[in-house]
Ligand binder design. Structure first.
Ligand code: PLP
Length: 420
């Protein structure tokens, strides 16, 4: 993470990851659920928030709140500084070349829809192709399907192995002269697979296609350098990376954003309006019609500071340790099958337990204070590919511990007792 450390829980470069100290920053982890200590294993759905994120939002609302960009009064300037300051933090976090390449949106879903409805609408025509993979979240399927339907274009899907990895060579074969956009998830929310996006970007660019990376599940765990990757667009959600809901980011290369038409019309996205003609603002404001989520942006900035305060290598090693421990422990649970066995995977443990429905697994675990997700995880085509209707999913964060995995395994013992 490129942001300078600012948190009181900063781990020094040499220090091992002090997970207990990190956990203290998250007040919700002290909650008891059904009388048991909370074991929160649902960060892939939404992460919990450190106190400093809540404090930053509360400080903004109690001291700086006013509408941004439009006022000349003092508070409006302060609010604008806070909002634009958050944009600069995102720029550093992603190592974008220019702050104007950072568009604030509601989240990954809106970022992808924005690209489909602007870049897509102006560059994809009849007979063209958009390429995705079999492991995409609905947010990286449906916007492209809508675009393809609208334009008479074709949606193509790169296949995956039973273990949940892209099949080498197959994606490349599907990038042809009609491929205009390749849209791929960086990390799968169901499998934890980390896709080789750098190679995919190179392959796509060699054939003249643009690349959007869905970074919703990557941003909380991996270092993302959009310049080194060379991607054209990168989408992320604040709420999955310790920030608030309702705020996310679309990174887009400056020259692409400049040629893209607006997504929505309204205040702030214009330079001048008359009944005859409207002149649009420059990026990123062209894509931020209306009053933005100012407190949300400030909260996201604080989440980036929080991530920057952690020793990233130690954080990765810690999450890797807990994931490996989880894989080994779950593999020993009789009747349990792990779904998603890609090498180098991160943060997600999806599984099925004999013929017990995933919702029953999650309901019984909930009685033990353990929060996991169950269902199709907004990836129904992936479920079909794997021949499943649902999985249970435990997902990890910087706060996860081996003890939480032990609690999960004990909880699964209860599930097995009930269904014996
Ligand atoms: C891989 C992936 N992409 C996109 C999304 C959509 O994110 P949001 O609902 O924050 O827009 C999610 C959410 O779970 C996800 O896991």
């Amino acid at each position: 993470m490129s942001t300078a450390p600012s948190s009181s829980i900063a781990n020094s470069a040499a220090a091992p990851f002090d997970v207990e100290r990190v956990r203290e920053a998250f007040p919700i982890l002290a909650e008891r659920i059904h009388g048991k200590p909370l074991v929160y294993l649902d960060s892939a759905a939404t992460s919990q928030k450190p106190q400093e994120v809540m404090d930053a939002m509360s400080r903004f609302l109690s001291k700086d709140n006013a509408n941004v960009h439009r006022g000349v009064h003092y508070l409006s300037e302060r609010a604008t500084d806070a909002y634009e300051g958050a944009r600069a933090k995102v720029q550093r976090f992603l190592n974008a070349k220019d702050v104007s390449e950072i568009v604030f949106v509601r989240g990954t879903t809106e970022a992808i829809n924005l690209v489909a409805q602007t870049y897509g609408k102006t560059h994809v025509g009849t007979g063209d192709e958009v390429l995705i993979t079999a492991m995409e979240h609905h947010s990286n399927i449906v916007p492209w399907q809508m675009l393809c339907e609208d334009k008479g274009a074709r949606l193509r899907v790169a296949p995956i192995t039973d273990g949940g990895e892209l099949i080498p060579g197959e994606l490349e074969k599907l990038i042809g002269p009609r491929t205009k956009i390749v849209a791929v998830t960086h990390v799968s929310n169901v499998l934890g697979t980390v896709n080789p996006i750098r190679q995919i970007i190179e392959l796509a660019h060699a054939k003249g296609a643009r690349v959007l990376i869905d970074g919703a599940q990557a941003a909380p765990h991996l270092e993302v350098d959009v310049q080194a990757l060379g991607c054209d667009f990168y989408a992320l959600s604040g709420h999955k990376m310790y920030g608030p809901t309702g705020i996310g980011v679309l990174y887009g290369k400056r020259d692409l954003l400049e040629e893209m038409p607006p997504y929505q019309g309204g205040g702030d996205m214009i330079l001048s309006v008359s009944f005859d003609k409207t002149v649009y603002n420059t990026p990123p404001h062209r894509f931020e019609a209306g009053t933005p989520n100012m407190a949300g942006a400030v909260g996201l900035g604080a989440a980036i500071d929080f991530l920057g305060s952690l020793n990233h290598e130690a954080l990765l090693a810690h999450e890797h340790d807990v994931l490996g421990y989880g894989i080994r422990a779950l593999s020993r649970v009789p009747g349990l099958r792990l779904i998603g066995t890609a090498r180098g995977k991160v943060s997600v443990l999806s599984f099925v337990l004999e013929d017990v429905h995933a919702h029953d697994v999650a309901t019984i675990l909930d009685r033990e204070g353990i929060a996991v997700r169950a269902g199709h995880h907004c990836a129904q085509p992936l479920m079909s590919r794997l021949g499943l209707s649902a999985t249970a999913r435990a997902s990890l964060a910087c706060t996860s511990t081996r003890q939480e995995i032990d609690a999960l395994v004990a909880g699964l013992g209860k599930v097995r007792e009930v269904f014996r």
